[in-house]
Design a protein around this ligand. Structure first.
Ligand code: GLC
Ligand code: CA
Length: 558
């Protein structure tokens, strides 16, 4: 495992430990359970796992409120279980990165308990205190459904402390060199135990400066460059992935000059994929890809459709947000803060063609795809569970008790399994889907396999959009050395056709990448293709070996 660019070729998969598999029947998923399910992930074709926070925590924000950075929440297992998991994952050639919650901690953390004990406490300056809640007025509130200010009053010392998220999550003071050093020690600790890197949480907010919006400040970038340098020196081959939910130019800044984050989630692209679908127009995708293309060598976007949070709409304009709410959040409960708390399948009304089209997009646009656990089987959600818990329900393994997730009585589960008739776990589960060739799970295995057939082309190739007057169809060519893939997506719900100018590829033959179905050779005339509703094609463009008249013979399907 010494390919340092492994993250550019990988398929990632996001996992909350508590939701994956319960090995000891207490109703909560754990490390041993996850270890037992590595075979499943290997078989699916996953190369890297992103683990959500598994550290000690009172779970006010599902683990993003850490009370001890050096230990594991006992319900999830022990350090031994963790090491065991990492070793087995590595033996499968699966890399593991974990959340690094760097901006804030839990108010139950000893650091904060010390700090609030008196204004002369040694830890006092590890946090940001003020006599009034008036500083940093331009910093927006993020959890707008719960918090009305970024300041919370601490009665004992009669001062306010700053928090960007829940009030139980005091922000650390990065102007204090001890804090900067301590966080590096946390990083060292977990990398020493075998992690391959981190998904750094809430990166834009580390440093705060009066008169700014306290996001993306130069000091914050500087600190991440320091961390990167330390990781490159002490733990070569490990990576940093940025959660920076910002406008395109600001998000791109996290790659630095190739000396900051190796990867960043493509937050600008994600909502615009859904907007493109809602508008039946390729324009939102083309515009945003063009704005996010030019990044330093060896850096890459991580592209996703959904994750454990609400589908965030903070960085879109009002008109786009309205379109999103209208199309995807018809019931008010579906919204949370400035976003939509739903899983992929329910978002698109469980429409199989749309689910396939969306995945075909993230597997063929430039970047590294990441899947959210359960979306590969088309899991449903439960918008009535509060906060973002509705998209964090137990993984559905079989039609046994509790979807095969745990042997406890149902009421002991950390959250109920999905029983909504349209998404009932009795049908939507790994075991059932493996038994039927047309299932979503088998289709996902197929697309992962096809992507792997073209790792370099789709992982590293360039992209060029093909102009065509039919805005319903998104058309692009990926190119890498002498390989080329023509990708077409009908974003609308009706059949349509396009005529493409493919004169640059004259003489080549499109071969559909999933089935190897051959299409007529590209000639002088515009290339004419019809597309079913929400249909897509990936055509590998090859130098023809056979006579076109043979095209109707041979393999029929996959
Ligand atoms: C990130 C996490 C989210 C968490 C927040 C505060 O946005 O993805 O789940 O609530 O940070 O830590
Ligand atoms: Ca357990």
């Amino acid at each position: 495992m010494n390919n340092n660019l492994w993250y550019r070729d990988a398929i990632f998969y996001e996992i909350p430990i508590k939701s994956f598999y319960d090995s000891n029947n207490d109703g909560i998923g754990d490390f041993n359970g996850l270890t037992m399910k590595l075979d499943y992930l290997k078989d699916l074709g996953i190369d890297a796992i992103w683990l959500l926070p598994f550290y000690k925590s009172p779970l006010k924000d599902d683990g993003y409120d850490i009370s001890d950075y050096y230990s594991i929440l006992p319900e999830y297992g022990t350090i031994e279980d963790f090491k065991n998991f990492i070793n087995k994952a590595h033996s499968y050639n699966i890399r593991v990165i974990a959340d690094l919650v760097i901006n804030h901690i839990s108010d139950q953390n000893q650091w904060f308990i010390d700090a609030k004990s008196g204004i002369n406490s040694k830890k006092r300056d590890w946090f940001i205190w003020s006599d009034t809640p008036d500083k940093f007025k331009d910093a927006r509130v993020i959890f707008i459904d719960t918090e009305s200010s970024n300041w919370a009053y601490e009665p004992r010392t009669k001062q306010y402390y700053f928090h960007r998220f829940y009030s139980q999550q005091p922000d650390l003071n990065y102007d204090n060199p001890e804090v900067r050093e301590e966080m590096k020690n946390v990083i060292r600790y977990w990398l020493n135990l075998g992690l391959d890197g981190f998904r750094a949480d809430a990166v834009p907010y580390l440093f705060k400066r009066e008169g700014t919006n306290c996001e993306n400040l130069p000091e914050t970038h500087e600190y991440f460059r320091e961390i990167r340098k330390m990781m490159d020196t002490e733990f070569p081959g490990t990576i940093l992935l940025a959660e920076a939910n910002q406008w395109p130019t600001d998000t791109k800044e996290y790659f630095g000059n190739g000396d900051e984050f190796q990867m960043a989630f493509n937050f600008p692209l994600m909502p615009r994929i859904f907007i493109a679908l809602a508008k039946r127009s390729s324009k939102p995708i083309i515009d945003i890809i063009n704005q996010t293309l030019d990044i330093p060598d060896d850096c890459d976007w991580c592209i996703f459709l959904r994750n454990h949070d609400e589908l965030t709409l903070e960085m879109v304009d009002d008109e786009e947000r309205d379109i999103m709410y209208k199309e995807y959040a018809k019931i008010p409960k579906m919204r949370l803060n400035l976003g939509i708390r739903r899983r992929l399948a329910p978002l698109v009304d469980n429409d199989r063609s749309t689910i396939e089209l969306l995945n075909a997009l993230i597997f063929s646009l430039p970047g590294t795809p990441i899947l959210y656990y359960g979306d590969e089987i088309g899991m449903g959600d439960n918008i009535y569970l509060g906060d973002r818990n509705g998209v964090r329900t137990p993984m559905q393994w079989s039609y046994d008790r509790n979807a095969g997730f745990s042997g406890v009585y149902a009421e002991q589960l950390y959250a109920p399994v999905i029983t909504n008739p349209n998404y009932n776990y009795e049908g939507v589960n790994v075991d059932s889907e493996l038994r039927i060739s047309s299932s979503l799970l088998n289709w996902m295995k197929k697309i992962i396999g096809v992507r792997k057939d073209y790792t370099e082309l789709l992982g590293r190739g360039t992209i060029e959009f093909i102009n065509n007057p039919n805005k319903r169809v998104l058309a692009y060519i990926r190119k890498y050395e002498n390989q080329r893939m023509l990708c077409l997506f009908n974003l609308s719900r009706r059949p349509t056709y396009i005529e493409l100018d493919l004169s640059n590829f004259k003489g080549l033959k499109p071969v559909e990448a999933f089935t190897k179905a051959p299409f007529p050779r590209i000639g002088d005339l515009p290339y004419f293709i019809t597309m079913p509703p929400r249909g897509f094609f990936w055509f590998n463009l090859v130098i023809p070996e056979t006579d076109d008249s043979m095209d109707f013979e041979g393999e029929d399907d996959y």
